[in-house]
Write a protein that binds this ligand. Structure first.
Ligand SMILES: Cc1cc2nc3c(=O)[nH]c(=O)nc-3n(C[C@H](O)[C@H](O)[C@H](O)COP(=O)(O)OP(=O)(O)OC[C@H]3O[C@@H](n4cnc5c(N)ncnc54)[C@H](O)[C@@H]3O)c2cc1C
Length: 433
């Protein structure tokens, strides 16, 4: 059996793992670092996959790193880790090869959640999760001949996917189980104008329902899906973006898990100080005992950088913030997500000026725990710090909520949507659900 030994092994070459490997190389150039990933490529922006699938971004623009670009990184792709032996400090790969380590960083991210309807039967062709570049390439090729699309999941992945595919002229129906899109990060009031914006673009948005059946054609390709309302929606492509679940199967037999989760301290160490874990795979135990799940791109990058420098440090530093801040532009509408509501938090919101602007906070004990700025995201940076520093805002709520710009007048979004539609594709009205 082949065996190789490294100072640091990083499992997973997504935003978290890649940044961990790079920052370790920069901080400890003498250390031997290897990054392994089961995908054929690493170093690409997962967040841009919807744009790529829609043909709005050439493939080469997806990559922020290419093999041979140096940085002293040893990268092994198409390599899946099968198991971890903590006592021996050794990983076993699917190939049977083993990798010994002094320090290990786990960054396996998440794998897509499969809708129950496909757990019960054979998945037809034309059904894809939106997650990896390999599958995004398949989707792009499939879409050439299957232009009627149903997207399941109105979170960030599903909403972005719907917008870019619609902008590229596809017929898109977006199905969300909850009462409004982006349900984990926006209140109903904030989501409503955004949802209207999607509808103005011609995306048919069906909320409060899900898919309970599908039909396949004689060749075994999906041809329609049934909403829980009983309506059949014809489609040649069915895209799934209903979230991900930590991809931690290979460590399930170890005792790194706590209540089914891969829990780390704020220094990103597991119960084994030689093993760090970061990104979409982990829950971070904060000093107050709560568990944070900040599964976003900016967090994956920040955690990766910190884990890489902490790896061989005698006094590892804690992560400064576990917030889920995220900036987006949904086809002309700026959106700043500060984080979803916590249990028992209250909503402070200020609409306007104009129907396209909404600013809201989720407050817990006079502290901002989340919120969103829609249409007008000016002042988002200081707001983020106010939230991250857990400042008492009881006397400042009105000022913080006040809009900074007056650029958006009523119906601006409607006009934005109309002009996009006029510019980008033949008008095809969306039918309400
Ligand atoms: C389409 C899409 C759009 C998104 N848009 C946004 C956005 O706009 N803003 C935002 O903040 N977030 C967005 N996200 C989420 C964001 O991409 C993730 O939070 C981030 O990529 C997590 O990084 P990660 O490194 O933890 O995990 P990943 O990027 O999932 O990387 C994990 C890697 O580990 C590999 N791996 C797993 N198990 C093994 C194993 N056993 N052996 C070897 N390799 C393994 C996987 O193949 C994968 O390459 C989006 C996600 C998707 C899918």
């Amino acid at each position: 059996m082949n065996e190789a030994n490294f100072d640091l092994v990083v499992v997973g070459g997504g935003a978290a793992g890649f940044n961990a490997a790079l920052s370790c190389r920069a901080r400890y150039p003498e250390k031997r670092v290897v990054l392994v990933d089961q995908e054929p490529e690493v170093g690409y922006y997962r967040t841009l996959l919807p744009m790529f699938m829609a043909g709005k971004l050439p493939e080469e623009k997806l990559f922020f790193w290419r093999p041979g670009e140096g940085m002293g990184l040893e990268v092994r792709t198409n390599v899946k880790v099968r198991s971890l032996d903590r006592q021996a400090k050794r990983l076993t790969l699917e190939s049977g090869e083993t990798l010994g380590y002094q320090c290990l960083i786990l960054a396996p991210g998440g794998r897509p959640v499969v809708p129950p309807v496909f757990e019960r039967s054979v998945t037809p062709d034309g059904v894809f999760p939106v997650r990896s570049l390999g599958v995004a390439r398949e989707i792009k090729a499939w879409l050439l001949a299957h232009r009627d699309i149903v997207v399941l999941g109105g979170g960030l992945v599903g909403s972005k996917t719907s917008v870019f595919l619609r902008l590229a002229g596809f017929s898109v129906t977006l199905v969300e189980r909850e009462a409004h899109i982006l349900p984990t990060v926006l209140s109903a009031n904030t989501a409503r104008p955004l949802q209207r914006h999607l509808e103005n673009m011609g995306v048919r948005v069906c909320t409060g329902t899900t898919i309970d059946r599908f039909k396949a054609d004689a060749a075994g390709a999906v041809k329609a899906v049934r909403l829980a309302t009983g309506e059949w929606v014809p489609c040649g492509t069915f895209l799934v973006g209903i979230g991900s679940t930590p991809d931690v199967g290979f460590i399930r037999e170890t005792d790194l898990m706590r209540d089914g989760e891969l829990v780390v301290s704020t220094t990103l160490q597991t119960v084994d100080p030689a093993i760090f874990a970061i990104g979409d795979a982990v829950a971070i135990q904060t000093p107050d005992g709560a568990r944070a799940h900040p599964w976003t791109w900016p967090q994956a990058v920040a955690q990766g950088k910190l884990a890489g420098t902490n790896a061989f440090s005698a006094s590892p530093r804690p992560l400064k913030r576990t917030t889920r801040v995220n900036a987006q532009n949904i086809s002309g509408v700026p959106l700043m997500i500060l984080g979803g509501p916590g249990v028992g938090s209250s909503i402070e919101a200020r609409p306007g000026p104009g129907e396209g602007v909404w600013r809201e906070f989720f407050l817990d004990d006079s502290r901002i725990v989340g919120g969103a700025l829609v249409g007008d995201i000016a002042g988002a940076g200081p707001l983020h710090f106010t939230m991250a520093n857990a400042e008492d805002v009881s006397q400042r709520v009105a000022g913080l909520l006040a809009p900074r710009t007056r650029a958006f007048r009523p119906s601006t979004w409607t006009r934005l949507g109309q002009s996009y539609r006029a510019r980008n594709f033949a008008v095809k009205e969306s039918t309400p659900c």
